[in-house]
Design a protein around this ligand. Structure first.
Ligand code: UD1
Ligand code: UDP
Length: 359
């Protein structure tokens, strides 16, 4: 068996969560790797708290890039990753998802004598205004090992002319992460008590997508929709707020309705516990659409499209846009459905399958 030199690149909250199962399997199998953190996320509550709660090793390299315009941020990450891949003689670089960190890792690797593995390949929202859509397309087209979570995402890759030999359907590592942490969250998380919430009698909310929160009208419309859902159901809304959204609320001088409790971003165990016990989750997050589907919690997505259409097909999710009336109707529709759908993202062995393929 050839000895490979791996580099695993991450930079944001969802990448830390979804790469955690890969790091765990690497440790179990004594596979060595260099862990590169770009520093795209750097606030403790989006970064270090996840390393601590998920018992992850400290990154071997921290590029400390931070926030900037997309071009500047991506180019600084690209240069940093290139240097490490060259000096460490890395021959396989792994990236996960669709952030600027992923794009930087993909372009850096494609210019070097190393192979690129893309975990969560083949997702498409068909909305090219989203920076994530461009990041996904570019990464998939330069990737050598494309780990598609579902047959549907594999088909989308084939439809773009990508050769079959590069495509592997493995499921999504988020299933592995949820399976590994659900019981731990029940045992360790005190979030329900801390926020005085009763299982099945509250709504969990997240919204941070640039296309929603950077537009004052869309953000105001989402807040109004959430308020109407809370009043209609007579449930409180808990909203762990992403720093991007908090900045925009301040900038646009928007106030959050009384029915909505803003809290700081939560660590993964606390957040998972809330997703597991909420009556309903309203979100624009990609990962949250998947996790709610896995946890049998109904979801309403406040976006115009989703790159996770499988969640809609099985009945776990509806995509309603940002009109308050549509948000209320979506919430009512979801609450009246049965939640016995089958989650489409695999059986929790994605990380093992990915490493088997690479080795
Ligand atoms: C990024 C990803 C998005 C992903 C999200 C996960 C891109 C283009 N976007 O969006 O796909 O869904 O991460 O959460 O890669 N900030 C902080 N602390 C931090 C990080 C950011 O305060 O640790 C603030 C800064 O004001 C920054 C803003 O949030 O300008 C946006 O951060 P950025 O990393 O550019 O994008 P996200 O919105 O986090
Ligand atoms: N998450 C968390 N705490 C929070 C909000 C989200 O741990 O307060 C987790 C969530 O469980 C999921 C990931 O963060 O695993 C999703 O990240 P985010 O919504 O920021 O990004 P996206 O998935 O949309 O790219």
């Amino acid at each position: 068996m050839t000895e490979h030199k791996f580099a695993i690149v991450l930079g944001t909250r969802p990448e830390i969560v979804k790469l955690a199962p890969i790091l765990r399997v690497c440790d179990e199998r004594c596979i060595s790797y260099s862990l590169i953190h770009t520093g795209q996320h750097y606030s403790d509550e989006l970064d270090s708290v996840f390393f601590e709660r998920l018992n992850l090793p400290k990154p071997d390299y921290h590029l400390d890039i931070g926030s900037d315009s997309h071009g500047k941020q991506t180019s600084k990450m690209l240069t940093g990753i290139e240097d490490i891949v060259q000096t460490e003689n890395v021959d396989i670089v792994l990236v996960q998802g669709d952030t600027n960190t992923v794009l930087a890792g993909a372009i850096a690797t494609s210019k070097l004598d190393a192979k690129l593995g893309h975990i969560e390949a083949g997702l498409r929202s068909f909305n090219r205004d989203m920076p994530e859509e461009i990041n996904r397309i570019v990464t998939d087209h330069v990737g050598d090992f494309l780990f598609a979570p579902t047959e549907e995402s594999a088909t989308l890759l084939r439809n773009e002319g990508i050769d079959e030999s590069r495509i592997y359907v493995t499921g999504n590592t988020i299933v592995d992460a949820v399976q590994a942490n659900r019981e731990i969250a029940i045992e360790k998380s005190a979030v329900l008590k801390e926020h005085n919430l009763t299982p099945g009698e509250f709504i969990l909310m997240t919204a941070h997508r640039a296309e929603n929160v950077d537009d004052p009208d869309r953000l105001a419309s989402i807040l109004s929709g959430i308020d109407r859902v809370a009043r209609e159901l007579d449930y409180p809304v808990i909203y762990p707020i992403h720093p991007r959204t908090q900045n925009r609320l301040n900038e646009f001088n928007l106030t959050v309705p009384d029915t909505t409790r803003l809290v700081d971003p939560l660590d993964f165990l606390d957040f998972l516990r809330l997703e597991d016990t909420a009556s309903l989750v309203i979100t624009d997050s990609g990962g949250v659409q998947e996790e709610t589907c896995i946890l049998q919690t109904p979801c309403v997505t406040v976006r115009d499209s989703t790159e996770r259409p499988e969640t809609v097909s099985v009945g776990a999710n509806v995509v309603v846009g940002t009109d308050p009336e549509d948000i209320v109707n979506g919430a009512i529709e979801q609450l009246h459905k049965s939640t016995d759908w089958e989650a489409p993202f695999g059986d929790g062995t994605a990380a093992e399958q990915i490493l088997d393929i690479l080795l």
